[in-house]
Ligand binder design. Structure first.
Ligand code: TXA
Ligand code: MG
Length: 316
């Protein structure tokens, strides 16, 4: 199939609607990363999403909504503290896992819970107005770093999707914060730019961080964010044995003393989040053997970056 890249604007909305008429998912920008979207009412299109990504069948998708009516049609038994969270963070990069009102097996992989978020990007909002709630995982091949530009989407999905809507670089750079709200004690399943402190301030209840690798967060048991290049995390890249690195890309505060391509690590973890996936992808595009990155501290947005880096560096 030929893949077209077109601007993510009002004029091209009809191209997406037309694709959905043929049960074909589309790639579109969100305020976090690019998504591969299909209407949740079209099982065939949702199945295509899994096929195109090579996504394991037991890893459920996030449903993107635009109204609270849609939220209540999909979920039940939301704890009181979610009201404050929606007021503060929706539309935006926060996903809740709630009890599903009725089965949506194609989307939820047979679970009795459902992941829902209200995205802030105008293009996906307009498309939800036209097509209803959209299931959309990140628009990368399963296991690879998420795409933050249309070019990243082309790298992974050229020839397997009909259309990629180009909305420029992703705003936040990492995927939404995912929280489990199926009990009075909320759990952070995936850290993001909406941080634990922000959540606790608004909800006025403590959040725990999920650490187990089975059960509650099905996505966490699979390889994730991994380029072909080896990913090494190092507080001090100069302490590494340079002879074992091959051609190496280093993202760190100081330029190491051995020959390498060096990218200065931004001091603000928000900026690290924004560029992280582009660095991982650059390592492959330019044929580096190794990418060395100095991870930020495990606080605030730094926690989201560390989470992705630890997974990227985990070679099984
Ligand atoms: O920012 C984002 O969230 C992006 C954009 C496109 O919206 N989407 C995204 O989707 O990151 P994806 O599929 O790459 O990640 C969704 C995560 C996965 O780890 C999945 O396992 C988890 O959410 N998830 C989905 N439904 C779930 C459920 N019912 N229970 C637990 N985890 C769930
Ligand atoms: Mg993903």
């Amino acid at each position: 199939m030929d893949t077209r890249v077109v601007p993510a604007d009002n004029k091209h909305l009809s191209v997406a609607v037309e694709s959905f008429r043929n049960s074909e998912p589309v790639v579109l920008p969100t305020e976090t990363v690019y998504g591969l979207a299909a209407p949740i009412t079209d099982e065939r299109a949702v199945r295509r999403v899994f096929e195109i990504k090579g996504r394991p069948a037991d890893n459920p998708l996030i449903v993107h909504i635009n109204t609270f009516e849609q939220l209540h049609a999909l979920t039940k038994e939301l704890p009181g503290y979610t009201e404050e969270l929606f007021d503060a963070f929706w539309p935006g990069p926060l996903t809740i896992i709630a009890r599903a009102k009725r089965p949506h097996d194609a989307v939820t992989a047979g679970r009795d819970t459902i992941a829902v978020r209200m995205p802030a990007h105008p293009f996906i909002q307009l498309l939800i107005d036209e097509a209803g709630p959209l299931a959309a995982p990140s628009a990368n091949l399963s296991g690879k770093p998420s795409p933050t530009t249309a070019e990243h989407c082309v790298q992974d999905l050229d020839g397997t999707v009909g259309v990629i809507f180009d909305g420029g670089p992703g705003l936040h750079g990492v995927e939404s914060t995912v929280i489990d709200v199926t009990s009075e004690k909320p759990v952070i399943l995936r850290p993001g730019v909406i941080t634990q402190d922000m959540l606790e301030d608004v909800a006025r209840t403590p959040f725990t961080r999920y650490t187990d690798t089975s059960g509650k967060s099905p996505g966490t048991k699979y390889a994730h964010y991994q380029p072909d290049a080896r990913v090494l995390l190092a507080q001090d890249p100069d302490a590494l044995d340079a002879s074992s690195l091959g051609r190496v890309l280093v993202v760190s505060p100081q330029q190491p003393s051995y020959p390498c391509t060096h990218i200065p690590l931004p001091t603000d973890p928000q900026d690290v989040a924004k560029h992280l996936y582009a660095w991982l992808r650059r390592a492959d595009k330019e044929g580096f053997d190794t990418i060395v990155i100095t991870p930020p501290q495990d606080v605030g947005v730094g926690s989201a970056v560390r989470d992705r880096l630890l997974r990227a560096a985990k070679h099984s």
